[in-house]
Design a protein around this ligand. Structure first.
Ligand code: F0G
Length: 456
């Protein structure tokens, strides 16, 4: 029996990618002010910046695009998507948005007040920023194992229930709802167990607080539950997903991940507590409630994507991709966040570049070095993303310095990953040459997208 786990698809449409020389990349990165976000994608060989909106759609999704009903109000495509989402979530109300952060902005605007506090395993950067801009404190309470890159806990995305209980006792009056991010992107793409989710939901309920899930990668999380949590091995992914949603009261979704589409998102809510206010805000800033910032064809492609993402052969290949990369990197002596998450491999930059201090932004420096070495683009999840320059000019630093290599869905083949692993392992052998960086220019929110850097 062959044991190689193959890509469960064949390729019908291809896009060329372009190799550059080291000298070209040096000039291109300088021009981008040492910020890989400011590179042109054509100048990147393998783009692991994000798994968001970068996936390949299936023939079925492209066919569905032609079925799009572009009516302004009451489009058939909305009802098709609504039926799919109702089946998965059991929630009554669907509010489509153009992507995840629009869902966050709208929900937070109607469901929070300045001075509130929202607990989460780890808020993603847009989630945190959308709370903070409303004057709400975003509190990360992932279990301690989730902050230790070497710890092999099977559900490192779990929330620390004792800390949640304590927070509810102490600050309950400030908490409008609890959140949980599945999988925990900023914490390493790590899954949340059903048991942890259930206990968290019950704890919140005892205090009269609803639970809102950030479900960008709900299917990958469900596959981890199937593979790792006792009692789920024989369950269908669909039924695991349905159980997960049943524990919560609503969700925000960036469909650019497990929706298998290039743009899209939504809010789905179990009861009508926030619905009317959210729809009114949607009309003001996104669009009419039956399309909410998307075209009818986008709604169709998403309806198909949400069904395809549940296929077990797809999910098995998906999780194996990260695991395979992880195995190759570890064999080359590269320290990564273990076990590998669903959508990405996270390099531990402090271990990779022990000669750099926090003020050198090691993870940012490593991301730059990967581009220079082999045309790879990853993203820093460290002190540029999560640190801050305070009013008095001092810097705060993040606990972990990671570079995330996130994998677009159904886009790259095994040889692309083999090449990437070789580049990283070769860089590891000369890591001492990698230089640190300093921030030269930055914005107040989400500074990593636009900041400009110079060499340390
Ligand atoms: N929540 C999580 C957990 C995310 O990973 C993202 C996006 C969002 C919310 C926001 O969704 O981009 O559609 O507005 N993550 C992307 C990433 C950008 O690269 O991880 P969005």
């Amino acid at each position: 029996m062959p044991t190689t786990l193959i890509e469960p698809f064949r390729i019908k449409s291809v896009e060329p990618i372009r190799m550059t020389t080291r000298a070209e990349r040096e000039a291109l990165l300088e021009k981008a002010r040492l910020n890989p976000f400011l590179l042109r994608a054509d100048d990147v060989l393998l783009d692991f910046l994000t798994d968001s909106g970068t996936g390949a759609m299936s023939a079925k999704q492209w066919a569905a695009i032609m079925e799009g009903d572009e009516s302004y109000a009451g489009a058939r495509s909305f009802f098709r998507l609504e039926a799919v989402i109702k089946n998965l979530t059991g929630y009554e109300h669907l509010i489509p948005t153009h992507q995840g952060r629009a869902a966050e902005r709208i929900l937070f605007a109607v469901a929070t007040h300045p001075g509130d506090l929202v607990p989460n395993n780890t808020h993603f950067d847009t989630t945190r920023a959308n709370l903070e801009v409303d004057g709400v404190e975003a509190v990360d309470l992932v279990i301690p194992e989730g902050l230790d890159p070497k710890n092999l806990h099977p559900f490192k995305g779990n929330i620390d229930l004792e800390k949640v209980a304590e927070l509810l006792e102490r600050e309950g009056h400030r908490i409008p709802f609890g959140m949980m991010t599945v999988t925990n992107n900023s914490g390493g793409g790590q899954p949340v167990s059903m048991a942890n989710l259930r206990a968290y939901a019950q704890l919140l309920k005892r205090h009269g607080k609803p639970l809102v899930l950030d479900v960008c990668r709900f299917a990958e999380n469900a596959m981890f539950v199937k593979l790792r949590e006792p009692g789920f091995a024989d369950r269908s992914i669909e039924s695991i997903v349905q159980e997960m949603f049943s524990l919560a009261d609503g969700c925000t979704m960036s469909a650019k991940k497990d929706g298998l589409v290039n743009i899209g998102g939504f809010i789905a809510l179990k009861d009508d507590r926030w619905v009317e206010a959210a729809r009114n805000l949607l009309i003001l800033t996104e669009g009419f409630p039956t399309y909410g910032g998307l075209a009818g064809r986008d709604l169709e492609a998403l309806a198909v994507g949400l069904e395809e993402v549940l296929h077990e052969d797809y999910l098995r290949y998906r999780l194996r991709t990260a695991e395979y990369m992880g195995e190759k990197l570890k064999a080359g002596g590269v320290q990564i966040v273990e076990p590998t998450g669903g959508h990405a491999v996270y390099l531990d930059a402090k271990a990779f570049l022990p000669h750099l201090g926090p003020e050198d932004y090691p993870a940012w420096s490593l991301a730059n070095a990967l581009y220079l070495e082999g045309g790879l683009r990853g993203v820093e999840i460290g002190s540029v993303m999560f640190g801050k320059r305070l009013e008095d000019g001092t810097e705060t630093y993040h606990a972990m310095e990671l570079v995330r290599l996130a994998f677009p869905r159904r886009v790259y083949t095994q040889s692309h990953f083999d090449y990437a692993a070789e580049v990283i392992c070769e860089l590891k052998a000369k890591a001492g040459e990698v230089r640190g960086v300093r921030i030269r220019k930055q914005s107040r929110f989400l500074r990593h997208f636009t900041a400009e850097f110079g060499w340390a």
